[in-house]
Design a protein around this ligand. Structure first.
Ligand SMILES: Nc1ncnc2c1ncn2[C@@H]1O[C@H](COP(=O)(O)OP(=O)(O)OP(=O)(O)O)[C@@H](O)[C@H]1O
Length: 631
């Protein structure tokens, strides 16, 4: 059963970029193909993952890309979705060049990856709302679209449940809802039912069929499940990076031409002889009986049974399967098992949808970029608000510095009474309080990458720079908030509670938090494994903190150590805040507060802030460069 007949439609709201000849398989009208790929190739070191693929898929078609593991399906879909750059070839998505007009192409596609790309710390509705922001779905329509798409996949009842509590099937359905939220013209699904049990697979297919009947969407799906490919209007069989056959399931099977009849009889020798004499057909002997090839098994079988004078215990007619087609073209089989089709009720709201819903144009531009940036920032805030334990724990370290290390070391400091040393430590403790959440921003990029959500963001139409800046601003806000919380202990360490001083320190903390956030984000774009990231971070951060003048003044360090401290940007951050505090102390600041100097020159506070700002901008530019290349 096919999903539905192909439709030749274009988006009436927005004419496609170029007029194209008729799409093969999609009728004879002149319509812009939904997907067009010419000479597509992707070479990885040592392997031609895609070795020259041509595709033309008409609007409204459901197209299956069928092949075994490693055939090149995921690589093809990644290129079609503009996530991977082809080694050669050209791709057009609804008439938009995927290379030169990637954002326009992305606005027209919905994507469901092989692995889940949901944020499992957010609720179902929050995942959808973030997606709406990413794709700049008109704000007024978002509540209705969220409700509609959740109803479509039967998840209305769990809209406010955190995704972590969802089963694999529910996650997949939520991903279908999310991919449809911005009304894409083309829905790409990479192995949509992988890892699901037969019942969950049947559910997903039920919703996909429903989508095809009610939304004007072109489906492109990769699969190695034969019965899933069977439901598509057209199929391309891929093997070793090439399309070996293409057509409707019926067309592909008709190439084999014959049905197979299997017989289990009381006397196979006599039956074989009779079939040869009376029907002129050749039989083959197998372990379980006789088999023969006939053009139309259903018509031949009654005559065959009537002619045989031997008992027939079992007779079976098998039409060629796609597996036979696959075997015919590639010389090997695709293994598969069929799912049990158990009906699953659709939500009432989705049953009410009858008319196909046409895709709507989504707009890009600076406002859309700001919205995407805001979405990333808000997500960081949500995570921060929900992770109260983590937030509280990251304050433990600076509090220990202040009230354990501070009290203990003060007794060893000649000429420093306890209060002066604790106040001396305070600027370092503030930096340490900001440091935890700032560095966690890089860690969250690593986990977003591992958990898949990063792909959801990267596949969207928003510029990567907007996403990166949103992430950095989110991390900075959280880090500065944490340091601001520590600032409430200022009175306990003898800091004057002056409004201007506090405002200045908050401003400096924002700069320092941004600098450290950018450092961690840069590291996250340079490294691929979270474990390596954690190790590198701890190796870098220990010397940075201990050589920053946070715990003892540079004047007390041996020259080689003081030289290293001067090369450490964190030293300037601590010095800036310490000098700011010293400026508000009544009388001359204690000797511990002597500012750092480069030879005989004492850099002014604006110069130290300027240095931090320049390093931050340079780090951000480098991180943006790296981030733009992530796939
Ligand atoms: N990033 C990569 N670097 C190197 N080789 C890769 C990379 N991605 C894919 N390949 C190789 O390209 C070939 C095609 O891989 P691809 O993932 O596209 O196949 P597939 O048909 O989607 O397989 P599966 O069904 O297992 O997902 C494989 O040999 C794979 O090892």
């Amino acid at each position: 059963m096919n999903l539905r007949p192909p439709r030749a439609t274009t988006n009436p709201a927005e004419p496609a970029a170029s007029a194209e000849p008729a799409a093969s398989g999609g009728g004879s009208d002149r319509v812009t193909p939904a997907i067009r790929a010419v000479g597509l190739r992707k070479r990885y070191p040592g392997v031609d993952a895609v070795a020259g693929i041509d595709l033309t898929i008409a609007p409204g078609e459901s197209f299956g890309f069928l092949g075994p593991n490693g055939a090149g399906k995921t690589t093809t879909i990644a290129m079609l979705c503009t996530l991977a750059v082809p080694t050669a070839g050209r791709i057009e998505i609804a008439g938009h060049d995927a290379r030169t007009d990637a954002a326009a192409a992305r606005r027209r596609i919905g994507l469901i990856f092989q692995e889940s790309t949901l944020d499992d710390r957010l609720t179902a509705a929050e995942n959808l709302r973030f997606h709406a922001d990413l794709y700049n779905v008109p704000a007024a329509r978002v509540p209705a679209r969220v409700a509609e798409t959740l109803a479509l996949v039967g998840l209305t009842g769990v809209r406010d449940a955190v995704v972590r509590t969802f089963s694999g099937g529910m996650r997949r359905r939520l991903e279908i809802a999310r991919a449809l939220l911005h009304r894409p013209q083309i829905l790409f699904l990479d192995e949509p039912t992988i890892g699901l049990d037969p019942n969950a697979r049947a559910q997903v297919w039920r919703y996909l069929r429903h989508v095809c009947e009610n939304e004007a969407v072109t489906l492109f799906l990769t699969t190695h499940h034969l019965e899933e490919a069977e439901q598509c209007d057209r199929i391309a069989i891929v093997d070793a990076g090439r399309i070996v056959a293409q057509g409707s399931p019926a067309e592909l099977k008709s190439v084999l031409g014959a049905d197979r009849v299997d017989l289990r009889t009381g006397d196979d020798d006599a039956a074989a002889a009779l079939i040869g004499e009376r029907l002129g057909l050749e039989t083959a002997r197998g372990r379980d009986g006789l088999s023969l090839q006939v053009p139309d098994g259903a018509r031949v079988l009654p005559r065959l049974l009537a002619e045989l004078d031997v008992p027939v215990y079992e007779a079976r007619v098998t039409s060629p399967s796609l597996d036979d087609v696959f075997l015919h073209h590639t010389g090997h089989r695709i293994r598969d098992e069929a799912p049990s089709e158990r009906p699953v009720p659709l939500d009432a709201a989705s049953r009410a949808v009858r008319e196909p819903v046409l895709p709507e144009p989504l707009r890009g531009g600076p406002r859309a970029e700001l919205r995407a940036l805001g979405m990333v920032w808000r997500r960081e805030m949500l995570h921060f608000r929900r992770d109260r334990v983590g937030a509280a724990l990251s304050l433990v370290q600076p509090l220990v510095f202040l009230f354990v290390l501070g009290v203990g070391l003060a007794r060893l400091m000649p000429g420093a009474n306890g209060g002066a040393y604790q106040l001396f430590l305070f600027s370092g403790a503030l930096v340490t309080a900001a440091q935890g959440p700032a560095l966690a921003t890089g860690t969250s990029i690593m986990w977003d990458r591992q958990g898949g959500f990063l792909r959801e963001m990267l596949a969207g139409p928003a510029a990567r720079g907007s996403l990166l800046v949103g992430k950095c601003l989110g991390g900075t806000t959280v880090a500065a908030c944490q340091a601001a919380i520590l600032l409430t202990t200022a009175g306990l360490v003898g800091m004057p509670l002056d409004g201007t001083l506090i405002a200045l320190l908050l401003g400096e903390l924002v700069l320092v938090s941004l600098a450290m956030t950018v450092l961690s984000v840069l590291l996250a774009t340079l490294l691929t494994r979270p474990q390596t990231f954690g190790t590198v971070l701890s190796v870098i951060m220990a010397p940075l903190v201990f050589l920053s003048g946070s715990f003892f003044p540079l004047g007390a360090m041996p020259p080689w150590m003081a030289g290293l401290a001067l090369a450490n940007p964190l030293t300037y951050a601590v010095d800036v805040m310490r000098r700011t505090i010293a400026a508000f102390l009544p009388g001359a600041p204690p000797p511990l507060f002597r500012p750092l100097s480069l030879g005989s020159w004492q850099p002014p506070v604006p110069a130290e802030c300027g240095l931090l700002a320049v390093l931050t901008v340079a780090g951000l530019a480098w991180a943006a460069r790296r981030f733009s290349r992530l796939t």
